[in-house]
Write a protein that binds this ligand. Structure first.
Ligand code: ATR
Length: 273
């Protein structure tokens, strides 16, 4: 059977083996998918050993996405733009690095949440790896505007500048306080604030009527960001569980050439949070 895995550190909490196991059963694909603990000082050696043992591909999670980028021989344009890799494909002609995170969030927002991005005002909060991965897919979805806002304003400005020459809409970068007086239709939290049980410190009045507040993090019940968005009048709220399932589906499709249905898998995961 073809062998796949997710590599990270820590990894025991990962939902990816369950998700890919459900995808494989649903599509009748004969494969195994396991969780691989990558030693912090031996990512490359662990990947090469997995490949040498017949592995066909890997998902890569924290903290190895940058090392995976360096390890890949070739990159998809979206991995190049993200500067990080979450999916490796082992071929006879070397290792392909892809990044399916951005496509995953776009699909969750536009398909699962039925929330269009095209022609709408989008705010992306954060300027770290999670935010970076979402910029190109968001720009390709042709929003009316894209503002990247970060606690450290200079990092948002630098990230926005990187995408100025893509021939797409030019994003604007700013600090959080500079958002005062602006309104958005889609607000995406790509900060890691939830990890410390906090929400980004945002000015009031950001949510336009009918707007979606989307948190890349997920958990049982509202995240701190979604709690504050609810209080601020966001019309629709979504956490990032759907993004997790959609990025997995995108990787699965790349590896197997078959797109699994995500809705039943998402429902199962939601029920067991
Ligand atoms: P990731 O790879 O998850 O994006 P990261 O690269 O460490 O992680 O980036 C974390 C992001 O969350 C940064 O944009 C950070 O803002 P700073 O650049 O100012 O550090 C943001 N962040 C973390 N905690 C935050 C908080 N409490 N409020 C607002 N932003 C926060």
């Amino acid at each position: 059977m073809d062998r796949y895995a997710v590599i990270g550190n820590p990894i025991s909490h990962s939902k990816s083996p369950r998700i890919h196991g459900l995808f494989a059963a649903q599509t009748g694909q004969a494969l195994t998918y396991e969780a691989l603990l990558g030693p912090l000082d031996a990512f490359t050696a662990t990947v090469q050993a997995f490949r040498a043992a017949g592995g066909k591909g890997l998902n890569v999670t924290v903290p190895f996405k940058l090392e995976a980028f360096d390890l890949a021989d070739r990159h998809t344009p979206r991995a190049q733009a993200a500067g990080a890799v979450n999916t490796l494909v082992f071929g006879t002609d070397g290792i392909l690095g892809d990044n399916t995170d951005g496509a995953g969030i776009l699909r969750d927002i536009t398909v699962n949440q039925a929330c269009p991005v095209e022609g709408r005002r989008v705010l992306l909060l954060g300027a770290g790896g999670a935010a970076r991965g979402a910029v190109l897919p968001l720009l390709e979805a042709a929003p009316a505007s894209l503002v990247i806002a970060n606690r450290t304003a200079s990092k948002a400005a630098e990230l926005a500048d990187e995408f100025a020459s893509f021939g797409l809409l030019r994003p604007r970068g700013c600090g959080l306080a500079e958002l005062a007086g602006q309104r958005f239709d889609v607000v995406i939290n790509a900060t890691s604030a939830s990890l410390s049980d906090a929400a980004p410190d945002l000015p009031a009045g950001l949510y336009a009527p009918g707007s979606l507040a989307y948190d890349m993090m997920y958990g049982k019940g509202d995240t701190p960001f979604l709690r504050s968005a609810r209080a601020q009048g966001a019309a629709h709220l979504s956490d990032g569980l759907g993004m997790l399932v959609e990025q997995a589906a995108e990787s699965f499709t790349l590896w197997r050439g078959v797109r699994p249905a995500t809705a039943p898998v998402l429902a199962l995961l939601r029920a067991s949070l």
